[in-house]
Design a protein around this ligand. Structure first.
Ligand code: FES
Length: 85
């Protein structure tokens, strides 16, 4: 099954999330390719819920307390980012 994901570099390291909002299981970007609010948080373009980049938890909007589906990452010795096994 194909899915799209968001990859962010945060102060806590790289983070990746499935591009689906837990509110209505719809693409966060609504096809726009835009994921971030003006403040640098992840923002759903459907109903504008806000998610913390570091852990994907919704802190404002339609689904407080819900979380994005995180994709585990590894950074190798060269600094390349991989999806963890
Ligand atoms: S579908 Fe994302 S806030 Fe409603």
């Amino acid at each position: 099954m194909a899915f799209s994901m968001i990859l962010l570099v945060t102060a806590a390291g790289p983070r990746a999330y499935v591009n689906l909002c837990p509110h209505y299981t719809m693409p966060l970007d609504a096809g726009t390719g835009l994921f971030l609010s003006a403040d640098g948080d992840i923002q759903c373009r459907q109903h504008f819920a806000l998610f913390a980049p570091a852990d994907g938890r919704c802190f404002a909007g339609a689904c407080p307390g819900a979380s994005l589906d995180a994709i585990p990452l590894q950074v190798d010795g060269r600094g390349n980012i991989h999806i963890a096994d």
